[in-house]
Design a binder for this molecule. Structure first.
Ligand code: ATP
Length: 295
């Protein structure tokens, strides 16, 4: 155990599916996908501290809409890691979650919280687990939890758990917009019109803003038409991003959060201020994506 650190403060990054192709459905009902995903600096925050007894508390804008009981992915992640490591190696911890990401919104907030707790607790408890072992604990918590453990630009295949990191991916200026509507992932998948779509085209050899934007133009989020039909406010969020000058705008995951791509972080910030002034009740965040390098 690391006795030198009393409180561990960690970022739980939002996951943005820049492109998401649905490629089929397995016999067990899970859909297969191919997705290029990046992770943003903006996200939830997690604090972990050794304590006399286990505790879990939530603050932040979206605190009131996440469960506080054992169904919270933070608690599930703690318990799954403890089961793997054994009680004598896993003393009680107080975990505090600052919930800044909208819930059930396509940016993998719960999955990212779980991944961050796994990583933070493995360090706090001094567990000797390599990446593959941690990913094995992560997967039963949710198909997106292993990719959130990676938190670098990547292509996900299978049910989202077969991961290949993408090297040389730049930081992108992004504005995230959610029109304040939760969308059920299951409902979106159930109302898909087609499931056997082709996979992603190969990435361009040089990865810069323009080549990435051009590549995005020839890709899709196959969940977007179904989500927009269920929740028309998604279409409104996309048109607001385009009007604010986004070089490209698309929905992430199963929605309703949409992202706009901007050439620099400063342009993204100005666009976010503009959107927020017009839609003060929406979730709007200017941020940058994490690069392939450790940052
Ligand atoms: P994905 O992009 O993986 O579909 P999402 O962003 O759509 O994820 P989440 O915000 O992760 O969805 O929430 C999905 C469900 O998980 C919600 O119904 C919520 O009640 C539950 N949940 C449990 N723990 C958490 C958590 N820590 N944060 C958010 N939601 C949580």
């Amino acid at each position: 155990m690391d006795a030198g650190i009393t409180v561990r403060a960690l970022h739980a990054h939002a996951k943005i599916n820049l492109a998401l192709h649905v490629t089929g459905r397995r016999a067990d009902g899970y859909h297969t996908i191919e997705s290029l995903a990046v992770f943003t600096r903006f996200g939830d925050r997690v604090e972990i501290e050794l304590a006399d007894s286990d505790g879990f508390s939530v603050s932040g804008r979206y605190a009131s809409v996440v469960p506080l009981d054992d169904s919270n992915l933070v608690v599930k992640a703690r318990d799954a890691l403890r089961e793997q490591a054994g009680l004598q190696h896993t003393p009680p911890v107080a975990i505090r979650l600052e919930k800044n990401l909208p819930v059930a919104s396509g940016v993998g907030g719960g999955s990212s919280d779980a991944a961050t707790v796994l990583r933070g607790l493995a360090e706090t408890w001094g567990l000797d687990l390599d990446e593959a072992e941690l990913a094995r604990v992560a997967l039963p918590l949710g198909a997106d939890v292993p990719m959130c453990l990676t938190a670098k630009p990547l292509i996900a295949r299978g049910i989202g758990d077969e991961l290949s990191t993408v090297s040389g991916f730049p930081a992108l200026g992004l504005v995230l917009v959610n029109p304040g509507t939760a969308v059920s992932t299951a409902e979106v998948f159930n109302t898909l019109s087609g499931r056997d779509n082709e996979g992603l085209p190969p990435l361009p050899p040089s990865l810069d803003f323009h080549s990435i934007r051009n590549w995005l133009e020839i890709t899709r989020n196959d969940l977007e038409p179904a989500a927009r039909a269920i929740q028309p406010a998604i279409g409104k969020a996309l048109s607001v991003l385009n009007k604010a000058g986004a070089g490209f705008a698309r929905m992430s995951g199963s929605g309703a959060t949409c992202f706009g791509l901007f050439e620099t972080g400063n342009v993204a910030k100005r666009a976010a201020v503009d959107i927020r002034s017009r839609h003060p009740d929406w979730f709007v965040a200017a941020t940058r994506s994490m690069t392939s390098e450790a940052d």
